[in-house]
Design a protein around this ligand. Structure first.
Ligand code: ADP
Ligand code: ADP
Ligand code: MG
Length: 497
């Protein structure tokens, strides 16, 4: 493979190209009109504009991407995560065009893209599943019977769901019919597939997932776990490896189950098997993500394995050189997803221009970002600005480095999840390791966030205006620059405390 096209944008496009560069492979970027000035476009050896900003007119144009790849003499296409990464049709079309899809075969994507088909496929193995139905429910009476049997609350899930969407908690029998109807119509609208099923709602769960690698020669290994329980809207915000609660025995058992899930679908490449973990140390298979995962860097840091490099080697048909027994967990890694979202306002998107952007640096800090100062965060895509990743010899060191990096990180413009990160990492429940997926609901209140500068800024500006007024000066002309100065000194204040 001499030339790879990365069918993605932002931090993950850059992340992939970096490994390509180290391997002496040329890169082709694709971009939408909104991303014309993005770093991933400049980083690549060649770049192709796909069209207007909306993803269905750019990053999701499978045929156009393949056509451009052929014109440029590309050998392989890496889909990243999101967009076309879990599209079986795309994997098939890339292969049909005589190119290499850097990911699993269409059959594996299809099987694991449906949570029900995934449960079905794993039946040949002894993999624990959440109590519930393993088929699509259509009959409301049957749903009631099943739900009563497993006990409320239950979760209605869309088989084709993803990204935390397509789930409904039902607390009692009377609500079931109404919620089922809504779930089916939502699933139909959002995923084009109205199949829903029931799972027992695990009341105090942790989300723990296992990274796997499988080559085309029957070798399957796992690279330990990632703890991803700090979530909002069923979506991860903070991840870490290893998990504080796994014993060696549990790690081995879950690792084996994860490898079995990969075997069940003839998996090739890097994939993630997600489990839910209850208070009694039972784990249950949730789903498999058939792609590189957002939080893969924490695994890279504790295992020393470059997962993108491995994906490329496997796609080339090489035999996996890493043996399970060679792998060891070294140190501890944390990741904070820095979203352009306002934690003080329900984590709603807070897009806009990065008026000031200064990245944290120093020992134990890895920042995977896709933006630069002055750039707009487009409304069209996932609002993630960066992934702030820290590494330490143990969890305590990784946490102190994360707190230090959050302090150093300067982002003016959109609100971000940085203050939330600081809140979480300083919280007793996180520090002690005794938390579950309800961390945000149980502990987080917007008023607990350290006050941000806007209020201080406003006060300072008012004070200045007042003083100037007293002197009989015109305040308005100078307010703006004083405003800026107040803001900077607020930053200094924060840095000093
Ligand atoms: P991960 O599973 O890698 O931890 P997410 O669940 O946040 O991360 O998903 C990664 C990316 O893929 C996000 O951009 C998300 O919006 C997108 N995504 C995941 N599943 C789907 C889906 N079924 N449909 C559309 N986008 C999805
Ligand atoms: P998605 O495809 O959207 O990622 P998942 O099945 O992986 O869906 O679930 C996403 C999150 O929803 C989990 O990390 C967990 O927080 C929650 N969840 C899923 N299933 C259950 C369950 N049976 N009980 C409690 N929480 C669940
Ligand atoms: Mg999931």
């Amino acid at each position: 493979m001499k030339k790879i096209l990365v069918a993605n944008r932002g931090e993950i496009a850059l992340r992939i190209m970096r490994s390509c560069k180290e391997m002496g492979i040329a890169t082709v970027a694709v971009y939408s009109e909104a991303d014309r000035l993005a770093p991933h476009v400049r980083y690549a050896d060649e770049a192709i504009c796909l069209g207007p900003a909306p993803s269905n007119q750019s990053y999701l144009l499978a045929d156009k991407i393949i056509e451009e790849a052929q014109k440029l003499g590309v050998d392989g296409i890496h889909p990243g995560y999101g967009f076309l990464s879990e599209n079986a049709g795309f994997s098939a079309a890339v292969a049909a065009a005589g190119l290499t899809f850097i990911g699993p075969k269409p059959k594996a994507i299809e099987m694991m893209g449906s949570k029900l088909a995934a449960k079905e496929a794993t039946k040949a193995y002894d993999i624990p599943l959440v109590p519930g139905t393993d088929y699509a429910l259509t009959d409301i009476e049957e749903a009631k019977t099943v739900a009563t049997e497993i006990g409320f609350p239950i979760l209605i899930k869309a088989s084709a769901g993803g990204g935390g969407k397509g789930m409904r908690i039902v607390e009692k029998a009377e609500e079931l019919e109404e919620q089922m109807k809504r779930a089916v119509s939502e699933a139909q609208n959002a995923f084009g597939d109205g199949s829903v099923f029931i799972e027992k709602y695990i009341s105090s769960p942790r989300h723990i997932e296992i990274q796997v690698l499988a080559d085309g020669h029957g070798n399957v290994i796992h690279l330990f776990e990632r703890e991803c329980s700090i979530q909002r809207r069923h979506q991860k915000v903070i991840e870490e490896a290893p998990s504080v609660i796994l014993t060696e025995e549990l790690r081995e058992a879950m690792g084996k189950s994860a490898c079995d899930v990969a075997r069940a679908c003839d998996y090739i490449g890097a994939g993630t098997v997600e489990f839910i973990f209850d208070e009694n140390n039972n784990y249950y298979f949730l789903e498999m993500n058939t792609r590189l995962q957002v939080e893969h860097p924490v695994t890279e840091l504790i295992s020393g394995v470059d997962l993108v490099r491995q994906q490329i080697l496997i796609a080339r048909g090489e035999v996996l050189q890493i043996k399970q027994e060679d792998l060891r967990i070294q140190g501890h890694a944390l990741e904070l997803r820095v979203y352009a979202e306002d934690p003080a306002n329900n984590f709603l998107p807070s897009i806009g221009r990065l008026e000031r952007y200064r990245a944290p640096k120093g020992v134990g800090v890895r920042l995977d970002d896709g933006y630069e100062e002055g750039m707009e965060i487009p409304i069209y895509y996932d609002p993630m600005i960066a992934k702030l990743i820290t590494y330490g010899k143990d969890r305590e060191e990784a946490i102190s480095r994360m707190l230090r990096a959050i302090e150093e990180y300067e982002i003016d413009g959109p609100a971000t999840t940085l203050p939330f990160g600081r809140f979480a990492l300083e919280h007793e429940a996180f520090v002690s390791g005794k938390f579950d997926t309800h961390f945000v609901k149980n502990y987080f209140r917007p008023e607990l966030l350290q006050k941000e500068e806007p209020e201080e800024e406003l006060l300072a500006a008012m004070l200045v205006a007042h003083l100037l007024d007293q002197k009989g000066n015109k305040a308005s002309a100078t307010t703006a620059s004083n405003n800026q100065a107040a803001k900077r000194s607020a930053w200094k204040d924060r840095a000093m405390h």
